[in-house]
Ligand binder design. Structure first.
Ligand code: HAM
Length: 422
């Protein structure tokens, strides 16, 4: 058996990890502005957290990694973040101390999907949930946050698409209408959709097999079935978005691929030439039954999640210069093996002064060491030679200006700190 990575997974290599770190930093920085606190929940949960009888999406019925542990417990690797967050919210009774809990999370998720560019079996999401209240201003805040995030990252080619599925009553009217509409077309539907027709006709709309099906294309939209209250709620959400001057479009056919949504749903799409089919960078919406389905009180929430690989792909496709690898402040070059212990001492001093420093461990000639230093982007070379050492100094060379000066060994850090300050 070959020892290589599992299909649909990838490695983050040393020369790429700074991009991930920069993205995570941005996430924490921006979400902090919205007063969100981080939550960390396990990547495995009891299967029931995801396999609820109401959840009939492909994600839950076909794509989860389910397994029995050695104690015969039925566990699932999380396919998304929301259900685990709500499980924890209920279990820890967070509703008892806060009327509205606003949290974010970052971490890997697992879905057994067909891998392609932008679609993996293990992928990272960062997500946000605001749990406890229903208020159109809060729905708008989530959309504004998603929009603000994208703008602050520096992405330009993005579209915010919004729709409303309405409240429970509107939603069930719509489901009935879909049932009535699709029944005469039953023979034109794929095998899965035939089952969906009786169990959950909404899922026919995002059938992955049959996107060109005319019947699906011409199906009624949720907007047609919104009752008065739901329509008024949606209008208020839009009023808030208009007040914040967010650009968005109403997408009457948007229903999202998970079953827990009602009222507001939205997606952020990349509109970048040649980006590929997996262009939905993030999405989310309101959920009114999830908390009670997971054993909590009758409280609603709203949230969204972004796929982090797709964000990095979009940043790359738009050539956004959003992260830099931190260069070395100093690279210590040693000519003489006997002086290596002195180099060790110098390095430790440099790092104590919070300078990013390194040296050579493979005994290369000067040229080799220099090349290595420049590859790391070293700003200064600290050159330690026999002659200098006898005088108690090193030569410090600025790699850009090529100016070289002699500096007393105990003064190296001070010298560099002063130079770097300028
Ligand atoms: P979702 O639309 O299933 O929603 O996923 C959100 C984002 O995760 C997608 O827009 C996409 O960028 C990324 N994503 C999903 N599957 C994959 C994959 N196989 N490979 C790479 N990226 C992927 C949710 O997960 C909801 N929990 C969002 C939410 C939070 N709704 C309310 N609160």
């Amino acid at each position: 058996m070959a020892i290589n990575k599992v299909k649909g997974t990838y490695d983050v290599l040393p020369n790429e990890s700074y991009l991930w770190q920069a993205l995570e930093e941005k996430i924490r920085e921006i979400l902090g502005l919205y007063n969100l606190k981080e939550m960390r929940t396990p990547i495995m949960e009891y299967s029931d957290v995801f396999h609820r009888h109401t959840e009939l999406s492909d994600m839950v019925t076909k794509e989860t990694y389910d397994f029995d542990d050695r104690g015969d417990r039925k566990l699932t690797l999380r396919p998304e973040g929301t259900a685990g967050i709500i499980r924890s919210y209920v279990e820890n009774k967070l509703y008892a101390s806060q009327e509205l809990e606003k949290v974010y999370y970052i971490g890997p998720n697992f879905r057994y999907e067909r891998p392609q560019k932008g679609r993996y079996r293990q992928f990272y999401q960062f997500g946000v949930e605001a749990i406890g209240t229903i208020d159109p201003a809060l729905d708008a805040e989530m959309i504004i946050l998603a929009y603000d995030f994208i703008k602050r990252l520096g992405l330009k080619g993005v579209r915010v698409r919004i729709n409303s599925l309405g409240d429970e009553a509107s939603r069930s009217n719509y489901q009935e209408a879909l049932k009535a509409y699709f029944t005469p077309h039953i023979d034109e539907l794929c095998e899965d959709c035939k089952v969906r027709l009786t169990k959950n006709p909404l899922r026919i709309l995002d059938c992955k097999v049959d996107q060109k099906n005319e019947a699906i294309k011409n199906a009624p939209t949720p907007q047609d079935y919104l009752n008065h209250e739901s329509r008024a709620y949606f209008k208020q959400v839009l009023d808030h978005l208009n007040a914040a001057k967010i650009s968005y479009e109403i997408a009457p056919k948007l229903v999202r691929g998970l079953d827990y949504y009602s009222h507001t749903v939205f997606e952020i799409e990349a509109d970048i030439e040649g980006f590929g089919a997996q262009n939905v960078l993030g999405g989310g919406g309101r959920y009114q039954n999830l908390v009670s389905e997971l054993g909590g009180p009758d409280l609603g929430g709203i949230g969204f999640a972004f796929g982090m690989e797709r964000l990095l792909l979009a940043l790359d496709a738009e050539n956004v210069d959003f992260a830099k690898e931190r260069p070395l402040d100093a690279f210590v070059i040693v000519f003489n093996d006997d002086l290596k212990t002195v180099a060790t001492e110098i390095l430790y001093e440099l790092r104590k002064a919070n300078l990013v420093a390194d040296t050579n461990y493979t005994q290369k000639a000067f040229k080799g060491q220099l090349k290595q230093a420049l590859r790391f982007g070293a700003k200064y070379l600290v050159i330690l030679g026999e002659e200098e050492y006898q005088k108690g100094v090193v030569a410090i060379k600025n790699t850009k200006t090529e100016v070289q000066e002699e500096v007393l060994i105990p003064k190296i850090s001070k010298y560099l700190l002063e130079k770097l300050e300028k």
